[in-house]
Ligand binder design. Structure first.
Ligand code: PMP
Length: 472
């Protein structure tokens, strides 16, 4: 039942005459108070104090163009977060709209069950085989990063069972890792807050520490620290028994944890350990993939041979589609000829519209050389950020490509959470969307669309500097 009705008893959300702002942009073709009241009454927001939000009123985004989005009041906001790391080619891309519309008209949906599929689905699997590192050339599609990781959990456990090792079913992830919010995704992740609700993690998932040298390295040389943190995996495997450990999963760069760039020794050592103990290696590329770090996939910066990767977010440029990609050999070993079917699916997997959009999105990333651009612009951004000064905070900078974090700490090393949240609030008033990252919400993440210009980034960095100067 609707909880919000207008005085005459009809649903209150009338459409007013469109009002144009100075740029001729439609700013309120809806009744904002009514829409906010409906939102407060009927829409549960994730990661949010819903009661407080109901009082304050939701921000309603109305359109996007390039690196900017517009809100309900016509404010133009530079989105330093690319949505949620999704919109690498920017907002308002006609190519994506055309691809989606054409596919919708031609064939709006067909499933990939019952020995069927659609043309864009096949073409996208071939494209991913071409782009993915090493011998990864076989895709299973899903609808979100979380589902891709749920799929990986089932796939890997099934794989080992078929090899005659059903007891090899333990996954090792990392504290503060993020792999989604479904039962398996949140369990594989190491966010304690997420484990609190719903009885997680599920059994047979263990976590080790992250290679967070910036915060936990102390006096240790980064290379030594990287090796030491990787060897936690070896110790954990030996403690549990290599015959019981199925896989290690980790983000090449931990995004939600606060942009943790691992020391260069970390992943090669992880790779060695996984190979030595016959543990599958699974980099989660949901954030890092599709150019974010200056390569198509972040594992390409490292000397590793992954067994599976999971993809999502910027795969389509803003539409729900994800995938896990393994080698044909691994899939053949999991489902040897005529011994069984992959008993796992979802109605919308490999959706033709999403796949058509992903193909258009990848072609744009390619045509505009955005992967290389991410690397180059990211270097410039980090140089600019390193010159920032604050009277009250110490601000280590780290990043790779356009995945950059500015951490705010107090001089005694404690996280400057209040300062970071205050800064983000003031930046929003100045037209910049930043989100706080990290366990203590003290990392300002710079992860804009890869089309961002140095001038646009310069404006954002200047605004950060001015706000830092304006506050004690
Ligand atoms: N893996 C990583 C590394 C992520 O950052 C996320 C989401 N931020 C996910 C998986 C889950 O993706 P989704 O929210 O699409 O389920």
């Amino acid at each position: 039942m609707l909880r919000y009705l207008s005085t005459n008893g009809t649903v209150a959300c009338p459409r007013n005459e469109p009002r144009l702002n100075d740029c001729g942009v439609t700013v309120d073709s809806f009744d904002l108070p009514a829409l906010r009241a409906l939102d407060a009454a009927h829409h549960l927001h994730p990661f949010c104090d819903n009661a407080a939000l109901a009082k304050r009123g939701t921000r309603i985004l109305t359109r996007g163009e390039g690196v900017y989005v517009w809100d309900q009041d016509g404010n133009k906001l530079l989105d330093a977060f690319a949505g949620l790391w999704c919109v690498n080619i920017g907002y308002g891309r006609k190519e994506l709209g055309r691809a989606a519309a054409e596919q919708m008209e031609r064939l709006c949906y067909y499933n990939s069950f019952f020995q069927c599929t659609t043309e864009p689905t096949v073409k996208l699997s071939a494209k991913l085989a071409e782009l993915a590192p090493g011998d990864l050339n076989y895709a299973f599609f899903t609808n979100s990063g979380s589902e891709a990781n749920d799929t990986i959990l089932r796939l890997v456990r099934h794989f080992w069972a078929v090899q005659g090792k059903p007891e090899k079913n333990i996954f090792i992830g990392r504290h503060n890792g993020y792999h989604g919010s479904t039962v398996a995704g949140a369990s594989l992740g190491g966010m304690q807050g997420m484990h609190k609700q719903g009885g997680l993690p599920i059994p047979n998932i263990h976590h080790i520490n992250s290679p967070y040298w910036f915060g936990e390295g102390g006096d240790m040389d980064p290379d030594e620290f990287g090796r030491e943190r990787a060897r936690e995996l070896e110790r954990k495997i030996l403690e549990l028994g290599p015959e019981r450990v199925a896989a290690f999963i980790g983000e090449p760069i931990q995004g939600a944890a606060g942009v943790f760039i691992p020391p260069k020794t970390y992943w090669p050592e992880i790779n060695r350990i996984c190979k030595q103990y016959d543990v599958l290696l699974i980099p989660d590329e949901v954030i890092c993939g599709f150019g974010r770090t200056g390569e198509w996939f972040a594992v390409e910066h490292e000397k590793v041979t992954p067994d599976l990767i999971c993809l999502g977010k910027a795969l389509t440029g803003g539409f729900p589609l994800s995938a896990c990609v393994g080698s044909a050999e691994l899939m053949d070993r999991a489902w040897p000829a005529s011994t069984g079917e992959a008993i796992h699916t979802s109605t919308f997997l490999g959706h033709p519209v999403g796949c058509a959009m992903a193909l258009a999105n990848i072609s744009e990333l390619d045509r505009r050389a955005l992967v290389k651009r991410s690397r180059e612009v990211g270097e410039e951004l980090m140089a600019q950020l390193r010159s920032l000064r604050s009277r009250s905070c110490v601000m280590p900078v780290r990043g790779r490509g356009l995945m950059v974090g500015l951490e705010l700490n107090l001089p005694d090393g404690k996280p400057a959470t209040a300062q970071c949240l205050g800064l983000i609030k003031r930046l929003l008033h100045r037209g910049f969307i930043f989100l706080p990252e990290g366990e203590h919400a003290n990392v300002l993440a710079f992860t804009p669309p890869l089309i961002v210009t140095t001038a646009q980034l310069g404006a954002a960095v200047r605004a950060v500097q001015e706000e830092l100067e304006a506050t004690p």
